[in-house]
Design a protein around this ligand. Structure first.
Ligand code: FPP
Length: 238
């Protein structure tokens, strides 16, 4: 772990890292535990990840915690995820504030339990002026839905004959004000984007690992940041 941490060029860390935290269910199944136990261990990983990201000087970390497609899961698993989220915010809010973490939510609040909605809004509000790092929880998030909401939002505020531009659309995304994703990580061996930050990953580097999310350690992130720094990002140029 120390090796990769030492090799990282601190002046070229990605500004925005987005993570598809996959494999919680398989982690639990391997141990004959209920799926929600995998999610609980997955939520614990976020605490150490936050410290590692702060130490590296990463500006934004986006976490895919619940997609618009996840509603098709069993009701008790969904309820378990909301409970875990509420517990995460309650247990960590003081630490989060002390560390200068700004919380954001990307996604729709529609259909979220009122208690979950309240705690998210409250935590986002309490941390609004923090500047050390932004932790962007993508909850009830879908990339296509985000684009539709953005276009509709723009259309509603459109001035006479104005044409839609990239900048205008970005102002209406859930992630308005956040930079594009530089590095997209997906755990558990799947090689898909799964409707995550479709607009924002346009030029992202992608790293896939077979590690299941509950097993994800700081050393995995160090190695990935190092690998990211070996890539030649040309953004369509030469
Ligand atoms: C994907 O694994 C994971 C999710 C759909 C939920 C992620 C949720 C958490 C990490 C906990 C929520 C709490 C916080 C604080 C964000 P999967 O269930 O699809 O795994 P599988 O593919 O192995 O079945």
């Amino acid at each position: 772990m120390k090796e990769y941490a030492r090799l990282i060029d601190r002046d070229r860390v990605p500004r925005h890292v987005a993570i598809i935290m996959d494999g919680n269910g398989r982690w639990a199944k391997k141990r004959s535990l209920p799926r929600v136990e995998g999610h609980r261990r997955g939520a614990q990983v976020i605490e150490s990840l936050m410290d590692t990201a702060i130490g590296l000087g990463i500006g934004v970390v986006s976490l895919y915690a619940f997609s618009t497609e996840n509603w098709s899961r069993p009701k008790d698993e969904i309820a378990g995820i909301w409970r875990l989220l509420e517990m995460f915010f309650e247990a960590n809010i003081e630490k989060i504030k002390k560390k200068g973490v700004r919380l954001r939510h990307s996604g729709s609040m529609r259909h979220l339990p009122a208690s979950t909605r309240r705690i998210i809004e409250d935590s986002v509000g309490q941390t609004r002026n923090n500047r050390i790092i932004t932790l962007n929880f993508c909850l009830n998030y879908g990339g296509r839905q985000e684009l539709l909401d953005a276009v509709n939002g723009w259309a509603a505020s459109r001035k006479h004959e104005e044409k839609l531009s990239e900048r205008a659309l970005e102002r209406h995304l859930y992630t308005a004000g956040l930079p594009d994703v530089d590095l997209l990580i997906r755990t558990s061996g799947e090689h898909r984007i799964s409707n995550f930050l479709l607009w924002q990953v346009a030029y992202a580097e992608m790293i896939f690992t077979r590690v299941l999310w509950p097993d994800f350690k700081p050393r995995h992130l160090y190695r990935m940041i190092y690998e990211y720094q070996q890539r030649d990002r040309r953004f369509g140029g030469l």
